[in-house]
Structures are given as structure tokens and as C-alpha cells.
Design a binder for this molecule. Structure first.
Ligand code: TYD
Ligand code: MG
Length: 462
């Protein structure tokens, strides 16, 4: 018998090669090629191929730009305001959303909770390829969900799922998870790139042609990518990452792609014994349990989307026993840390090179805004000199290479949030108040021009 024809598919980018290679010629990653059987063309109908990746299809005719009309999106609220915000104001009818995260982070819990809320006005079909009906029911009971208009299907076969969906005609479909679903028409194993891609494409076509909103769950592999196919990200309308430390209760959801909204917003949840609770006031959460009177701690303010978030950065600077000192950071970009250390050494003559440096942002938050620079610098100086940054002082500002404090965006929004949380003093760059002074009740503004002045003000503030 003729052995089946196979190709090698990259699990990261989906590129195919006829031979095995150590490195994918397309995306350049190592050890990502896996062997898969080729599906005969006859079995995959040509009409399906004509549909574009995002399922919009092609009319084959060009339209004058002026004649195009703007379609307005119909959105449904999911019952979780934090998730709605990340989605851009609710779940868009006919959109396909990929929710990805590590196993055990709470994806199924989140989807079960929203399917209940969505079920108030729409028909929801929850397809689970991972848990039995009994397990789902148990979870729903724990979450206090009645699920009167919720349909559960425990099935992994694509054709079966489609035929059930045609029967039930849901408005919203949840597919938990896309990696477990397989089509009879494709020879390769469930979870392989070809299976995932073809199944997703089928769901996208269905979503677009029938106006069904789809939520796909995608597991994340150990490198942090969506297991196997990055290809999935290109096909769907929105990609949401559900993140957090499994040992900690807090979970953050963020959009890395969204055709219907901004990708800057984050949603914060707390995992409790009765499911996920929204955290409307993340700053309070991030500041809870702050150690008092300890050196190396400083409050910072970052803006995620439209929302200011106050968090805390902790630094630990200890004499090194290594020939080259250790530098570790969590939640802050490595290069940013090196840059801040270099500026402090050069401009203030501080001897960090004799010390190990550990930096951590509390709450599993990652900060990618330069507005946190001065707070990081203050925490480092505080730990090195063993002097305490007072609890009621917040430090805002970007640090330039010359040691200058540079203006940040939205200073007033940050100061207001700080005042709301009980801070009474804010160090902020002089440039921010030069032309238009900021006055917020209950908080004193301390303008600074350089990192040297920051040190002076920290000493004054003690
Ligand atoms: P789950 O939603 O199954 O995660 P995923 O689908 O992402 O793999 O839930 C994961 C964890 O959440 C599980 O270890 C138990 C915990 N959990 C709670 O703490 N409280 C709850 O109410 C529920 C339903 C789950
Ligand atoms: Mg799950």
C-alpha cells in the first residue's frame, strides 16, 4: 500500500516544508516542525478555499470607496463589565474571539459565567471537548448559574457540532477548546495545526454567514504562544489573553488584537470560591497589604488604556558575592532596568555595580510605560541607601539619559487617582506643570527637573 503523503508544518507560523528541518525557514524558530498527513484536495471543498481567512468572503467585484457604508456593530453585554471593556463595549454579533491562557487559569469559569449572562437575551451553545456534562453542571452550581437558556454539548467532532448547531440555532457559540475539536475530513490528529486551522476556518465562516458570535478557547504552550498555531491569531477578530499567577487570586485579561476596539484596555478579576469576581478598583487591590516603613518600596502610576493604575515597585539591592552582580526583574523590561541603573550610576555616582539588584512589580502587573522610571529609580535608591520612601508619596515621571525628568502623558489623571487612594504628595516632572499647574485637592505636587532633585525631595519628604 502506498504510504500517505506527509508534509512538515511549523507549529508557530503554520509554514509547510516537504522535508524535516531543524529550523523553520519561514519564521526562523527551532524545533517547531511536525509531520502531518496531507489531506487530499477532493475532501476539502474548493468553495471553502475561496473564502478569505477572516471569513468575509469575496464578491469578486470592486466597489467605489465612496459607496461603501459603515456597518454598525451590534454588541451584547457579557454581564462582566471588565470583559466588555476589553472587548470594546461588549461581544460583537458575528465576531470570532479567541480566549487564550494557561491551563487552570479560569477560561472555562469565565465563559460559563458570561454564558449565563448572555443567555438572558440570547441562545448560547457551550461546546465542551474537555469536560463532561456532569463536571460542567457541578461548576455551574458552584457559580450559582441556573443556565435556563444555555445548551451544553460535550463533543469534539466538528461535523457533529455543526449539525447540532444547525438544529439549535444559537446566537452565541463557545468552543472549549479549539485544540480538542477535529474534523473527519482531515487525516491528521486532533490538535494538529491542520485540524485547528481548518476547524477554525469552518467556525469563522459559520459565524460570518449566520451572525453567530463565537468564543474559542485556545491553550497556551510553555513558551507562552497559543499552543501550536500562531496562525489562529491572524484569522480571528479578537485575541484575548487571560493571565495571572495560578497561586495568586488575581487574573488580568487583555486584548492583543481587536478588530472592534482598542487593545490597551485590561480587565481585572479575582478568582474566588464562587468564580471570578470583577475588581472594579484594581489600584486598591494592587496596593493592599503594602509593607509599611520598609526601604526599597515606591508607589507608581501607570495608565492601561483609559484607566490609571497605581501599583508598587519593590527593589532589593544587596552586596554581591558574584564576580558580575545579579540583575533580576519581574514586571519591568530588562533593558529599562539597565538603563535606569546606568543613569543612576553615572549621574549620581551610586555604586550599583557592587550590588545585586532585584526588582519586582506587585500583583503580577507588567509595566511598559516609561512614566514608571522615576518610581523604579526611587525604589532602587531607597533600597541602596536604606532610606524609606514615605507611604503617602507617589513618584511619577520618565527618566532621560542625562538624568533629566521628562514629562508624562495624562499627569492630572494619574495625580487624581493617587489622591483618590489617599496619597498626599506626588513627585512629578517639572515639565508637566511648567505651563499648566496641576491642582488636585488633598495632594501636594512636588515638581522635579532631574533625578538629583528627586533624591533631594525624597530626603525632605522623610
Ligand atoms: P478553569 O476555568 O477550569 O480553568 P481553564 O479552563 O483555564 O483550564 O478553572 C481553573 C481553576 O479555577 C481551578 O483550578 C479551580 C479554580 N476555581 C475556583 O477557584 N473557583 C471557582 O469557582 C471555580 C469554578 C474554579
Ligand atoms: Mg477549561
Amino acid at each position: 500500500m502506498k504510504s500517505p503523503k506527509t508534509v512538515f508544518v511549523c507549529t508557530e507560523c503554520g509554514a509547510q516544508t516537504p522535508k524535516w528541518l531543524g529550523k523553520c525557514p519561514h519564521c526562523g524558530r527551532w524545533n517547531t516542525l511536525v509531520e502531518e498527513e496531507v489531506t487530499p484536495e477532493v475532501e476539502a471543498p474548493r468553495t471553502a478555499r475561496r473564502t478569505s481567512m477572516n471569513g468575509i468572503g469575496g464578491e469578486g467585484k470592486a466597489t467605489r470607496f465612496a459607496d461603501l457604508t459603515v456597518s454598525s456593530y451590534i454588541r451584547s453585554e457579557t454581564g462582566l463589565g471588565e470583559l466588555d471593556r476589553v472587548l470594546g463595549g461588549g461581544l460583537v454579533t458575528g465576531s470570532v474571539v479567541l480566549l487564550s491562557g494557561e491551563p487552570g487559569i479560569g477560561k472555562s469559569t469565565l465563559l460559563m459565567q458570561i454564558s449565563d449572562a448572555l443567555g438572558q437575551s440570547r441562545k448560547v451553545l457551550y461546546v465542551s471537548g474537555e469536560e463532561s456534562g456532569g463536571q460542567l453542571k457541578l461548576r455551574a452550581q458552584r457559580l450559582g448559574i441556573l443556565g435556563e437558556r444555555l445548551y451544553i454539548l460535550t463533543e469534539t467532532n466538528l461535523e457533529q457540532i455543526l449539525s447540532e448547531a444547525n438544529e439549535i440555532k444559537p446566537d452565541v457559540m463557545i468552543l472549549d477548546s479549539i485544540q480538542t475539536i477535529y474534523s473527519d475530513k482531515i487525516n491528521s490528529a486532533p490538535g494538529s495545526i491542520t485540524q485547528i486551522r481548518e476547524c477554525t476556518l469552518t467556525f469563522i465562516n459559520k459565524a460570518k454567514s449566520e451572525g453567530i458570535s463565537m468564543l474559542l478557547v485556545g491553550h497556551v504552550n510553555k513558551e507562552g504562544g497559543i499552543a501550536g498555531p500562531k496562525v489562529l491569531e491572524h484569522m480571528v477578530d479578537a485575541v484575548l489573553y487571560f493571565e495571572g499567577e495560578r497561586q495568586q487570586a488575581y487574573r488580568i485579561i487583555r486584548a492583543v488584537k481587536n478588530r472592534y476596539g482598542s487593545t490597551n484596555e485590561i480587565g481585572v478579576f479575582e478568582m474566588t470560591d464562587r468564580g471570578l469576581l470583577e475588581v472594579a478598583n484594581p489600584s486598591e487591590m494592587l496596593l493592599s497589604g503594602r509593607p509599611k516603613n520598609v526601604s526599597g518600596n515606591c508607589a507608581l502610576c501607570t495608565i492601561e488604556g483609559t484607566r490609571p493604575l497605581i501599583a508598587e515597585v519593590q527593589a532589593l539591592v544587596t552586596p554581591t558575592v558574584f564576580p558580575s552582580p545579579r540583575r533580576t526583574c519581574n514586571g519591568i523590561d530588562y533593558n529599562r532596568m539597565y538603563l535606569i541603573l546606568a543613569v543612576l550610576e553615572k549621574r549620581l555616582g551610586l555604586k550599583f555595580y557592587q550590588n545585586d539588584v532585584y526588582l519586582n512589580v506587585i500583583g503580577g502587573l507588567s509595566i511598559d510605560e516609561p512614566a514608571a522610571d522615576l518610581a523604579i529609580a526611587a525604589a532602587l535608591i531607597s533600597s541602596l541607601t536604606d532610606r524609606i520612601v514615605p507611604d503617602d508619596l507617589i513618584v511619577i515621571g520618565e527618566l532621560g539619559l542625562a538624568g533629566e525628568c521628562r514629562a508624562v502623558a495624562n499627569p492630572e489623571l494619574r495625580v487624581r487617582e493617587a489622591a483618590r487612594l489617599g496619597f498626599t504628595r506626588a513627585i512629578i516632572p517639572y515639565r508637566n506643570v511648567e505651563k499648566r499647574p496641576i491642582s488636585v485637592e488633598g495632594i501636594k505636587i512636588i515638581p522635579v527637573r532631574s533625578v538629583y532633585e528627586v533624591i533631594k525631595e525624597l530626603k525632605n519628604a522623610e
